[in-house]
Structure formats: C-alpha cells, structure tokens
Design a protein around this ligand. Structure first.
Ligand SMILES: [Zn+2]
Length: 392
C-alpha cells in the first residue's frame, strides 16, 4: 500500500487520504509495537507533523497508549506507542459439533474461552450463544468491546446462512439476533476465509498475495486470497471446491450432490474408509483414528492415507485454477503431518502443469485458534483496513 502525504493533498480527497494514513499508522503500530513517533515517520515516509496529528487522535480515542519511555544514545528519550489491550473482541467459532466463544484483545491474544455443543436447532443455538456472549461481556466490564466476529462452516449472504451443508441450520438471521441482544456489531465470515485473515494478520504472511487455506474437518472448505484480495463471488459462494464432484457415482454428499471432493477427503471420509475395512465401527472419532494410526494400526493408516490421497487430488483443482504460492492446510490431520503430509504433497506434485510451480503446502498446527484469530481480524478490519491494506 502506498503512502500518501496528507499535507500535500488539498480539497475533497483529503478525508480519504487521512483515513488511509490513519490505517497505515495503526497497522505500523500493530506490527512493530512498541514504536516511537520518529520511527513511525521513518518507516511510513510520512511527515513528522502528520504522524503527530494521527497519533494524537489515536491516543485520544484510546486505540493507542503511550509509554513506556525508551532510552536511546545521546540522551534522547522517545515515548513508545502500542495498541491499547483494553480494546477487546468477542470471537465465535461455530462448527457443526461445537461452538467456541472467546474474548481476545486487539493483538489477537485470547484471555478467556468457552466451548459448548452445537444445538441442532438454530433458535436454541443462537439463544445459548447469546447467553455465553453476555457472560463474557459481564466479565469484561473494564474493557471496550469492539464487536463480535463469527466464523461459520458455510457461506452467507446479507447475514443469512445460504449454504452450510454440515450445519443443519437453515436461513437464520444470526447477525440480527446477536446484534439485537448484545448491542454489539456482528461480523460473519466463512471459516476458511477467517483462516486466511488470521494468516495475513497474525502469522506474518502479509506479503503473500496468492494464498489458499483448505480447512479439513467434517467437510472441506477453502478460503481464497487472490492478488491480495479475498475472493467472495456471488452470494459469498466463492471457494466451494469441497463440493465439486470428483465422482458423480460416488457417495451422497450433504449438499445433495454425489461424490464431492469432501465426501472423499474429509475426516468423515477417513472414518468411512476405516469402517469399511474394520469390524469395530461404533463410537470412533477422527482423533481416535489418528491415535490408532500413530500406534501403527495398519487399517487406520490405510484409511487416513486414502483420505490424504484424495485431499491432494482435490488440491490439483486449486493449483491448476488459482496457482497459489501457498496452500495452508488446517485440520486435525495436520497432527500426523509427518505421516500423511507427504501423501498429499506427492498427489499435488504429480500433476503440475508445464510452466506451473507447485505451491508450498503448510500445515497449521493450531486448528481452532486460526478460526478464532480470524474473527478478531474480521472485527478490526473496519479500523485497520481490509486484508490487502494490513501489510503496511
Ligand atoms: Zn457436496
């Protein structure tokens, strides 16, 4: 993002320029804190007077705190600036099986977290969620809560879920219900998109402009960053690679179609492969399957290898269609990446187009936290700028 000097611009555009410069300064403080005004001017290229003006405003609005005073050679004692930790965000990770609700500060650090099972009905689910959010609000009276960010296992339009095949909630106004009950702004985002935001904001990937996050759990989701922008598509439906049929005669998928990528490459697929080959079928979780594989159980290994093989095969669509620099894989399977990562990688590399370059495949080991951290970025975006602006 290029820097524009406020003082050299006159007239109608000055407000836009002021906003851009403010975001640049906020992001520089966020990524380089503690930082002095002099260093802000040096790194941003903005005039000292412009920096002083913006910082004055940010301090007054309590986005930024001053102090402590630093010590530099030759007796100079600059005051360092940092983000105000008392600005808090409520993050919600809504999944088909469980809902995590957490309180974080502006730096993406979580101070409390609560998990509950996902009720089957949306009304009961949202009521229970509101109760948990209100508990967090009551426990954070000394903080200023900026809003609620929600990561969803599906796509939505105008606050309504439009596509969430693994979550059996249909057409419910999540944003309206939560906003009305709490008085807070509510931002929604697809879970894989939220993970893209987390990578850009908190994992030092701000320079990466072509990135795909593949979330692998009950289903397969994808969040696409292309040319530095999150791809949304019509109705927010972009990224549904998980529902491209690999075999039209394959097993039925939650979306109503047959043989979708996620029917072959998700956690549920691995459990199905295992059950097809083992006599013990009851009550096994995906984590149990991973543990069995780690203990050397041949059937579990085979089932997970088959899942990994299909994961890699499906990623070929992403590689051929979007040519990302990186694919970040998020999901429980990454716990055994040493075993199954190479299977995925071999599949992806097996069919790179002439002139193409395979992306680096990166396992993310913190699973649930990526979604939650993404919700923090989601809420802060309106102050700090959209995803392509935060790499200041
Ligand atoms: Zn499907």
């Amino acid at each position: 993002m290029s820097v524009i000097d406020l003082e050299r611009i006159q007239g109608a555009s000055s407000e836009v320029v002021r906003d851009i410069n403010r975001r640049i300064v906020l992001n520089l403080i966020r990524t380089r804190q503690p930082i002095s005004r002099a260093d802000l001017a040096r790194v941003s290229g903005l005039q000292r007077s412009t920096i002083s003006l913006i910082v004055g405003e940010l301090v007054e609005e309590r986005w930024v705190l001053e102090g402590p005073t630093g010590r530099l050679p030759r007796g100079r004692r600059p005051t360092f600036l940092r983000l105000n930790d008392d600005r808090a965000i409520i993050g919600v990770d809504l999944r088909p099986t469980q809902i995590a609700v957490a309180l974080a500060n502006v730096n993406g650090k979580f101070t409390s977290q609560d998990v509950m099972p996902t009720p089957p009905e949306p009304k009961a689910g949202v009521d229970a969620l509101i109760q948990r959010i209100q508990l967090l609000i009551r426990g954070a009276r000394d903080k200023t809560i900026e809003g609620v960010g929600i990561s969803l296992p599906g796509r939505f339009s105008a606050g309504h879920l439009v596509f969430a095949p693994n979550l059996k909630w249909r057409d419910y106004d999540l944003r309206g219900a939560i906003s009305e009950a709490t008085g807070l702004d509510v931002e929604l985002e697809n879970a894989a998109n939220a993970c893209v935001l987390a990578a850009i904001w908190f994992d030092g990937m701000e320079s990466c402009r072509n990135l795909v996050v593949v979330t692998v759990s009950e289903g397969i989701g994808a969040g696409v960053l292309i040319n530095g922008q999150l791809a949304r598509g019509l109705n927010g439906m972009a990224g549904e690679f998980g529902h491209v049929p690999l075999d039209p005669d394959g097993p039925r998928c939650g979306c109503g179609s047959r043989g979708c990528w996620e029917v072959f490459g998700s956690n549920r697929a691995a459990l199905r492969y295992y059950h097809e080959s083992a006599s013990q079928t009851e009550g096994l979780s995906f984590q149990d399957l991973l543990s069995l594989a780690e203990q050397g159980n041949a059937r579990a290994i085979k089932a997970l290898e088959k899942m990994a093989h299909y994961l890699g095969r499906g990623m070929r669509m992403i590689v051929a269609g979007l040519a990302p620099e990186r694919i970040i894989v998020i999901g429980d399977l990454t716990r055994s990446w040493h075993r199954f990562g190479p299977v995925i990688e071999a599949e992806v590399r097996a069919q790179v187009l002439p002139g193409g370059c395979p992306p680096s495949l990166i396992p993310a080991h913190e699973d649930g936290m990526a979604r939650l951290r993404g919700t923090v970025a989601l809420v802060l975006q309106k102050h700090f700028g959209a995803v392509h602006e935060v790499g200041a």
